[in-house]
Design a protein around this ligand. Sequence first.
Ligand code: HEC
Length: 102
Amino acid sequence: MKKILLIILTTIVVLANSEELYKNCAGCHGENGELSALGQSKIIVGQDKNLSIKQLTAYKNGELNKYGLGNIMQLQLMALSKNNIQELAEYISKMPVKSFSN
Ligand code: HEC
């Protein structure tokens, strides 16, 4: 019983944390991941977790620059740990894809 409670609590904490982390991304990628950041990036909502981990790690290391704006993403990721990146990637992959009017 205690174990189950602990698992539930941990899940809530991780979820709250990734939601908190994503707030730093929402300005460009949209609250629901529905925007093309600065009119350049792909729309990231629902994106595969492993792809996000790969891309975010590469941006952090200055190794990805798809549209000439990779340094902007590098700045976003400088302070984030490997764990933070995994949490964010998981969060993005589970974001609900809503239908947008445009
Ligand atoms: C200041 C605006 C801005 C913020 C804030 C921002 N991004 Fe980005 N993001 C961009 C831009 C611009 C690109 C395209 C970069 C390039 O040229 O490769 C991008 C690219 C990406 C991509 C790759 C999309 C593709 O086109 O394949 C992912 C995934 C991503 N961002 C996730 C995040 C996450 C997660 C955060 C929060 C930690 C974040 N971004 C914060 C502007 C931003």
